[in-house]
Design a protein around this ligand. Structure first.
Ligand code: SF4
Ligand code: SF4
Length: 388
């Protein structure tokens, strides 16, 4: 078969664009995914962020009907600061490493745009193309696995040989023929596997990994930190100091322990974001939040979600100094902030906090928040009884 672009040429372009791993596959549908996706939806394990139609998700042509080739790329994001020995102070929230720099959707999309531009120059004519980065109907990890970028581990992450699972994935569909990933790369990737390891399954704080390769997204802290409204009680303590995302099932993975580091400056950590002071988060206004973090991945759900998570983290740390601030937050305009503040005060269990929650009950109009406040008071009373 003759190709418009050879794999060697593609690799040369990829290096120029700052892509760390590249592979090419055909546009045949991912039939093997259909029953798995159907079960995923039927069993209520979808977070709601995914495209709702399994048939669309398995078919690359639903994105670009005249596509001939699918290019999958991985861009490494882990930075040496992830291994800093001096860990920041106690009131620092934990932010998932993927969110430490500029929003990867922008950066990976830019790289794919440049890749498409160079491909057009290569074939001397305009090409039709479609870019998919995380939010498209396609299952990026499945595309990457079939294109020989890496394999899908029991933690449901795509694991590469050189960078572990600390990579962002992107897909470029094009209407020209690109030479497929060489057999040697495919065979190497096929030789990688989890074998009998199950560290991620046992380390997951919420049992979201319900079986090898099976995730319940509704239990995953990465999704929960991005969801709006109140965080269900059972997930608040497991959140610990996490204010955005969760890295646990990647951190424990032996295949992701010593990755090559990112060379992309846009992913270098911004300290106020990578290691945010919880009080600093709670001092932000919508305007200052957008000014400081509008270009990052934490911005897309708005400040309220981040504030709520910071309040839960303060409750988990049980930092006494937070009590006056949490008392103020009992009258915040947002119900989830008032309810979270009541929960955090319950955790810290300071007398003035309990009195403030009791007082706030008289003013509270939201039934759900009132329930949370009453529950906080009952919990404190029960604890005092037990302590006697
Ligand atoms: Fe579990 Fe965290 Fe991994 Fe989600 S990201 S599956 S909560 S360890
Ligand atoms: Fe596979 Fe072990 Fe890594 Fe989980 S922790 S993805 S089981 S190698």
């Amino acid at each position: 078969m003759s190709y418009d672009v050879s794999f060697l040429t593609l690799q040369t372009i990829a290096r120029k664009v700052g892509i760390d791993v590249i592979g090419v596959t055909g546009v045949e549908p991912f039939e093997e995914l259909l029953p798995l996706l159907k079960r995923f939806y039927e069993e209520g394990r979808a977070s709601g962020f995914e495209h709702p139609d399994a048939a669309v998700r398995i078919d690359p042509l639903s994105l670009l009907p005249n596509a001939s080739s699918m290019i999958s790329i991985a861009v490494a994001y882990v930075h040496e600061d992830a291994y800093a020995t001096t860990y920041p102070k106690k009131v620092t929230g934990l932010v998932s490493k993927y969110a430490w720099g500029t929003d990867y959707h922008r950066i990976v999309t830019q790289k794919l745009e440049r890749l498409a531009y160079y491909l057009q120059k290569q074939v001397h004519h305009d090409i039709a193309y479609k870019i998919a980065v995380d939010t498209s109907a396609l299952v990026d990890r499945a595309v990457a696995e079939r294109a020989g970028i890496g394999f899908i581990g029991k933690n449901c992450s795509l694991i590469t040989d050189e960078f572990g699972s600390w990579v962002f994935l992107g897909t470029l569909l094009v209407d020209i023929e690109i030479e497929r990933t060489p057999e040697a790369q495919m065979e190497h990737v096929a030789s990688l596997s989890c074998q009998d390891c199950d560290l991620c399954l046992t380390a997951c704080p919420t049992d979201a990994l319900i079986a090898p390769f099976v995730i319940d997204s509704t239990r995953c802290l990465s999704y929960i930190t991005q969801s709006k409204g109140m965080i269900p009680e059972e997930f608040r303590a497991p959140l610990g100091r996490r204010v955005w995302g969760c890295d646990t099932c990647q951190t424990v993975c032996p295949l992701s322990k010593t990755p090559s580091l990112t060379k992309e400056p846009a992913f270098f950590p911004e300290r106020e974001l990578a290691f945010p002071d919880l009080y600093y988060i709670l001092s932000l206004t919508n305007r200052t939040f957008q000014q400081k973090f509008g270009h990052t991945a934490v911005a897309w759900r708005g400040l309220a979600v981040w504030r709520r998570n910071a309040i839960i983290a303060l409750g988990n740390i049980r930092d006494d100094r937070a009590v006056p601030l949490l008392i103020d937050l009992l009258t915040d305009a947002r119900p989830e902030i008032r309810a979270s503040a009541a929960w955090a005060l319950r955790q810290i269990d300071a007398k003035e906090g309990t009195l403030a929650v009791a007082k706030a009950c008289y003013e509270e109009k939201d039934t759900q928040v009132l329930l949370e406040m009453r529950y906080a008071l009952e919990f404190t009373e029960n604890r005092q009884e037990t302590d006697r």
